[in-house]
Design a protein around this ligand. Structure first.
Ligand code: GLN
Length: 483
């Protein structure tokens, strides 16, 4: 049962093949037995899960169950969950029990979902390998000496290791797509504003988005149906109709126009990864799609622009962690200033401090024009480049990452080489566009992701394209050895 998709589990629940309580118990036992190998969970919420499963079974008995009733999922540990620790994988919030549910979490509760627990991540979602977690790195189920990617690495590892059928993630510069690619699962970063971020601990507010991570595009569609929509509590959420994302999965792809950005296929890209991506594109040609080369000339500039804008916003967002209101406070402070300094100095890890320093520097009066303003100008140009290309093609296809999963420790002392791994994902966040990563091959036994990029609010199209690919191929069905 652990290799089943959400859609298959939902059918099993509806047919009475098993109850939500049976399902939930089985998954909780598996987590207990297996997660020490992967460290994919920070908190397992056994009691809540069993109570929610019981309520779901009652809903089935009463005939009030909906499409998501009784399905177990895990949430990344930066989404506020009432009465449950919400740590952001930081010592700063190790003791923080959220007094409320974030909107996305509340929507899953209302839909009758079961929360298995909270997944590991890079501290405050800053990273691309899950190594900056205060609770230690999550491990890639395909090779536990390797990273699962980040920052939603725990969600990626949990789904790939069959420790949750699906999970939520957040993507500020690639944190859903990159772990999805490195763990061999399917992930969707929706358009900026599609999913409310109320109750998500903010990293970089002009870039953050919440999205689903699961085995299939169909499961991501089921999850987006629950998550998407306007929320008066998030002023950046967009008031726009939410389609049924499962309704258009089977549209034929004949005539689909695909663009391949030439700047994504350079010597930055591992040639073996390139080959897998090109094979996937050839699959779409068989389905009647046409392919042409396009140009996104500022791709390289997305790294410096992002690594100014994201830290600038982070330095401002993280100023709320002052040791006074909530979170970590140092022992025996001498005076107020000592309390601020030591609470932040002891509560934040190295990568978070690095971002706060870079961001604060970039926002200093004397440097603002040279760095922050310049980065915003580049951001606008990147948006324009995408807009131009998306007038000519329906979707852009590209690799999600330049390499398959790297070894734990390989890049952790070299932040720039870690940041370079984000080259194919960052620009979408700068442009606010939706993107998916879909398993499309393997290199030396490690999964490779195909990135599918569309215009604003084209999630239904992306899911349709990904679903059709998954009808024709079985990369999404591959599991790591022994799982
Ligand atoms: N790897 C990127 C960073 O370190 C993106 C992280 C994210 O999307 N949360 O900032």
């Amino acid at each position: 049962m652990f290799d089943k998709t959400l859609a298959e589990l939902a059918a099993g629940l509806r047919n009475g093949d098993f109850t939500s309580t049976e399902l939930t118990q089985a998954w909780l036992e598996r987590i207990k037995a297996e997660d020490s190998k992967y460290n994919s969970y920070i908190t397992v919420t056994e009691e809540e899960a069993l109570a929610q499963a019981k309520a779901a079974d009652e809903a089935f008995a009463a005939g009030t169950a909906g499409p998501f009733t009784g399905l177990p999922i895990a949430h990344k540990d930066l989404f506020c969950t009432q009465g449950v620790r919400t740590s952001c994988a930081s010592k700063m919030l190790d003791n923080f029990i959220s007094p409320y549910d974030g909107t996305m979490v509340a929507k899953f509760k209302q839909a009758g979902a079961v929360m298995l627990g909270k997944t590991n991540m890079d501290e405050f979602a800053m990273g691309g390998s899950n190594e900056s977690s205060y609770y230690g790195p999550a491990r890639n189920p395909w090779d536990t000496d390797r990273v699962p990617g980040g920052s939603s690495g725990g969600s990626g590892a949990a789904v790939a290791a069959h420790l949750a059928p699906a999970a939520t993630g957040s993507d500020t510069g690639g944190s859903i797509r990159q772990p999805a690619a490195l763990c061999g699962i399917t992930g969707l970063k929706p358009t900026y504003g599609r999913v409310s971020r109320y109750g998500m601990v903010a990293f970089a507010s002009s870039l953050d988005q919440i999205g689903p991570m699961a085995h299939t595009a169909e499961d991501c569609a089921m999850m987006l149906n629950v998550m998407a929509g306007f929320d008066p509590m998030d002023s950046t959420s967009v008031d726009r109709e939410v389609p049924d994302y499962t309704a258009t999965l089977n549209e034929p792809l004949a005539g689909l126009k695909i663009g391949l950005p030439k700047e994504y296929f350079t010597d930055t890209l591992d040639p073996q990864v390139a080959e897998q991506v090109r094979n996937a594109v050839a699959e779409f040609e068989k389905m009647g799609a046409t392919v042409k080369e396009v140009s996104l000339p500022r791709t390289e500039l997305s790294i410096p622009a992002y690594y100014i804008i994201a830290p600038a916003e982070a330095s401002s967002n993280l100023s709320r962690f002052d040791g006074v209101r909530y979170g970590y406070r140092c022992e025996d402070p001498k005076d107020l200033e000592d309390m601020y300094k030591r609470s932040r100095g002891e509560g934040f890890g190295d990568e978070v401090k690095r971002r706060i320093m870079v961001g604060t520097y970039a926002l200093c009066a004397g440097y603002y024009d040279a760095y922050y303003n310049k980065a915003q100008q580049i951001r606008r140009l990147i948006q324009q480049d995408f807009a131009k290309v998306l007038e000519e093609v329906d979707v852009i296809m590209a690799p999600t990452t330049p390499h398959p999963a790297f070894k734990i420790g390989e890049k952790s002392n070299d932040p720039v080489s870690m940041y370079m791994e984000d080259i194919y994902t960052l620009s979408l966040n700068l442009a606010g566009l939706p993107g998916m990563s879909v398993p499309c091959g393997q290199v030396e036994g490690l999964p490779v992701g195909l990135q599918i990029i569309g215009d604003h609010f084209a999630e239904a199209k992306l899911l349709n394209v990904a679903h059709q690919y998954q009808q024709a191929t079985d990369w999404h069905k591959q599991a790591p050895a022994g799982i």
